[in-house]
Design a protein. Structure first.
Length: 267
């Protein structure tokens, strides 16, 4: 039964991490529905698969002309831009886990940023915007990096808030989304390593000889399924028509937020 619950979480992670709909909101709510604790360690472990999926999807862009001045500057720009969210994440991780996971906070974040997405889709013209992530300026990258800090609040969505920020500073909608994923890589990798380090510091290395079949199965589900579903999600997202996609995600977020409020406080 636990394996089935973890499979549900893993599939949800693979779908929601790479879309601007907030994976943390989906995982926390689903975890409560199926009665499985969604600790920071579990959420981080699920993120590993989707992080590898992002790296695999952007591999050609990430390694192309790797040792040129332009590419090294591109990487340096990303590292500098993620500093604010990295610092805030380290400083307030425990507070976020204990205070900001309330259902009403998640629902409010989903609804608020969903409305902003719909407004951005209708009001912002990106026909002449920057359409290549390597042409993004320092100012645009830094503003997206600061916006990423807001995603520490469950229900916000890292890719969602940075995509909105990118569109607001002159990027094509899909380019802003692509850069939001690349911009999130240092945070995802760093937070994963940090969380694993903290767990090892407390619990030590697992004794592999003492692990049973279901432990290996559950570990495989947590790591592999988000990777496979994440790759599929990115491939589908690349193919679909994107004329009104911010509005689609915006309405989805509003509907999900409303359902959370209804089921939590009215039923």
């Amino acid at each position: 039964m636990e394996s089935i619950k973890l499979l549900a979480l893993a599939i949800t992670q693979g779908l929601s991490e790479l879309l601007p709909v907030s994976s943390s909101a989906h995982l926390i709510i689903l975890g409560k529905m199926i009665n499985i604790p969604t600790s920071i360690l579990l959420l981080t472990s699920l993120q590993i698969g989707t992080t590898v999926a992002i790296i695999a999807f952007f591999w050609e862009k990430l390694v192309r002309n790797l040792f040129t001045k332009a590419k090294l500057l591109f990487y340096f720009k990303i590292l500098v831009s993620v500093v604010p969210s990295a610092i805030l994440g380290i400083l307030f991780e425990k507070k976020i886990e204990s205070v900001l996971r309330a259902e009403w906070i998640i629902a409010a974040s989903l609804i608020f940023w969903g409305i902003i997405m719909i407004i951005a889709q209708r009001k912002v013209d990106t026909s002449d915007a920057v359409d290549d992530i390597e042409n993004i300026t320092w100012q645009q990258s830094l503003l997206m990096g600061f916006a990423q800090s807001i995603a520490l609040i469950p229900g916000t969505s890292r890719s969602g808030i940075t995509t909105l920020a990118g569109v607001g500073v002159g990027l094509n909608k899909y380019t802003a989304f692509e850069y939001s994923l690349v911009l999130g890589l240092p945070v995802l990798v760093g937070s994963s390593l940090w969380t694993i380090y903290e767990d090892l510091a407390v619990n030590g290395l697992p004794v592999l000889s003492g692990l049973d079949f279901f432990t290996y199965l559950n570990t495989g589900i947590i790591l592999l399924i988000p990777f496979l579903v994440g790759c599929l999600s990115l491939l589908i997202l690349k193919k679909i028509k994107r004329d009104r996609w911010l509005s689609v995600f915006g309405f989805y977020r509003i509907g999900l937020g409303a359902l959370i409020l209804i089921f939590t406080y009215l039923l």
